[in-house]
Write a protein that binds this ligand. Structure first.
Ligand code: FAD
Ligand code: NAD
Length: 468
């Protein structure tokens, strides 16, 4: 009985731990298998949480350096970054999140089994840990094994000079210079961390905009903000190779005019996307099908082609986001329980934790144009917001895209202070199909960053802005 379960979740990231907790709440005997001796997966250990901890620390440092004097705050003893303490605080934040998860596992009576999970057949999983093997049996399995960084031809990640976000979060000393391949989410977040503490940062991005999957106006605005931090973004540039030259690395690329160029820096951070991680799972043994890109194939109930095996999070199709994985964790536990849960994949918000933050939900202008869908646009700049002026945070804007016929909100795109939190209201509104008129007739506390939304909706409706 000790090794027999109703549901075994493989992987303890945001997908896995939420699936385990929900399944346990629903009365199942649940085990969670994690190959590392720490719970929380990528997000908690080497992703969302440590990255945000370093982003917050460096934003304080940057503000102290560039804005405190304006507020009348004088640092008479000067300003200094203690790099060791900077990393120590981040490690402490990770540790407290990991212990929070251990507590939740205990509280929900979920067995944590440490070791690499590998299928024997569709009801048996072998776990290997330090030479010891145990076989577990379960009626259902949920694969939540996440993702790993990927690379491009000519760039071999050596974790020494040619690194991924994992190494960048724990460098031995403050780097003088860094080249980042990829101007996507990881690229711009890590660029912000290092540029704020004085590292010379160059981003080389293949497309002609930063954060290319988001509305292009956001990428253009972000380009300007990052430039103010001293970050050089080389757009339309194709990296050909990166070489470790001992104490530095040389990156060769073709610039936007097709000219061969090269840059030497202390580190080259590779941030060109992540790939589904199924190594060691022995999926062949049970015949679980994968897509061409290695992602586990699932149906609309997140079930694989093997009846009792489900998959969630980064290892399946869709946005590689912690909250998407979490929603799928709950979804799958409820599906197994015979319920009819629902996830609206069109309304999963995307956030970039630069400063100002970038956040969006729904369709971009580019998507609406490509589909020939008519829209009215309302844009309101934070330079006209009283709250933003009070905080000296006036960069950015709110843009809403609204259907002219019914006032349906089609997309909301924000670059501005606390955009990550401001976007939540739009997600609720869009999920419940409120109209743009509803959005400007409800009350917004004054002064707040969210008031900019009200003005953007008024502008989209052809009325002028009303707040300041
Ligand atoms: P993971 O978190 O990757 O967890 C998978 C777990 O499975 C791991 O612990 C792994 O060890 C374990 N595992 C794998 N194979 C086996 C096996 N065979 N046996 C046992 N265990 C196994 N997303 C956001 O939404 N917001 C953010 O701010 C954000 N910031 C990020 C910053 C960085 C630097 C990175 C890299 C990612 C960030 N992400 C962010 C993405 C987010 O981390 C992922 O989308 C999320 O972690 C996916 O969750 P998951 O449960 O699918 O997989
Ligand atoms: P990404 O897909 O966001 O960005 C990769 C970037 O690399 C793209 O802009 C792409 O055009 C560029 N690129 C690809 N090949 C290139 C080449 N040869 N030369 C130059 N540029 C090239 O991937 P990422 O930034 O590595 O992040 C991985 C995943 O982690 C993403 O799916 C993201 O959602 C997730 N993540 C999320 C957050 C967040 O939610 N705040 C933060 C970090 C990571």
């Amino acid at each position: 009985m000790e090794n027999q379960y109703d549901i075994i979740v493989i992987g303890s990231g945001p997908g896995g731990y939420t699936a385990a907790i929900r399944a346990s709440q629903l009365g199942y005997k649940v085990g969670i298998v994690e190959k590392y001796n720490t719970l929380g997966g990528t997000c908690t250990n080497v992703g969302c949480i440590p990255a945000k901890a370093l982003l917050d620390s460096t934003e304080h440092f940057h503000k102290a350096k560039t804005e405190f004097e304006l507020h009348g705050i004088e640092l008479n003893n000067g300003l200094n970054l203690n790099f060791e303490q900077f990393l120590k605080r981040k490690d402490g934040v990770v540790k407290s999140n990991v212990s929070g998860l251990s507590y939740l596992m205990k509280k929900n009576k979920i067995d944590v089994r440490t070791g690499l999970g590998s299928f024997i057949d569709s009801t048996h999983l072998k776990i290997s840990n330090e030479g010891k093997e145990t076989v577990l049996e379960s009626k259902y399995f949920i694969i939540a094994t996440g993702s790993k960084p990927s690379s491009i031809p000519g760039v071999a990640i050596d974790k020494d000079r040619i690194i991924t976000s994992t190494e960048a979060l724990s460098l031995p000393a403050q780097p003088k210079s860094m080249v980042i391949i990829g101007g996507g989410v990881i690229g711009v977040e890590m660029a912000s961390v290092f540029a704020r503490i004085g590292t010379e940062v160059t981003i080389i991005e293949y497309t002609d905009t930063l954060i290319p999957t988001m509305d292009h106006e956001l990428g253009k605005a972000l380009f300007k903000t990052l430039s103010k931090l001293g970050i050089k973004s080389l757009l339309g540039s194709k990296v050909q190779s990166a070489t470790n030259t001992g104490n530095s690395t040389t990156v060769k690329f073709e610039d936007h005019e097709g000219k061969a160029q090269e840059i030497t820096a202390e580190y080259c951070l590779v941030a060109v996307g992540r790939r589904a991680y199924t190594d060691g799972l022995n999926l062949q043994a049970i015949g679980v099908e994968t897509e061409k890109n290695g992602k586990v194939r699932v149906d609309d109930q997140l079930r694989t082609n093997v009846e009792n095996i489900y998959a969630i999070g980064d290892v399946i199709a869709g946005a590689m986001l912690a909250h998407k994985a979490e929603d799928e964790g709950v979804f799958v536990a409820e599906v197994i329980n015979g319920q009819k849960p629902h996830i609206n994949y069109d309304l999963i918000p995307g956030v970039v934790y630069t400063w100002p933050e970038v956040a969006a939900v729904g369709s971009t202008e580019e998507e609406l144009k490509a589909k020939g869908i008519a829209y009215n646009k309302g844009s309101f700049p934070y330079s006209a917001s009283g709250r933003a002026r009070a905080a000296n945070d006036t960069d950015g804007f709110v843009k809403v895209l609204v259907s002219p016929q019914y006032g349906e909100v089609l997309g909301v795109h924000i670059i501005g202070p606390r955009a990550a939190d401001v976007i939540a209201q739009s997600v609720v509104g869009m999920e419940y199909e409120v109209t743009a008129e509803d959005m400007y007739r409800i009350s917004y506390a004054h002064p707040t960053y969210s008031e900019a939304l009200k003005d953007a909706y008024l502008i989209a409706a052809g009325q002028g802005a009303i707040n300041i």
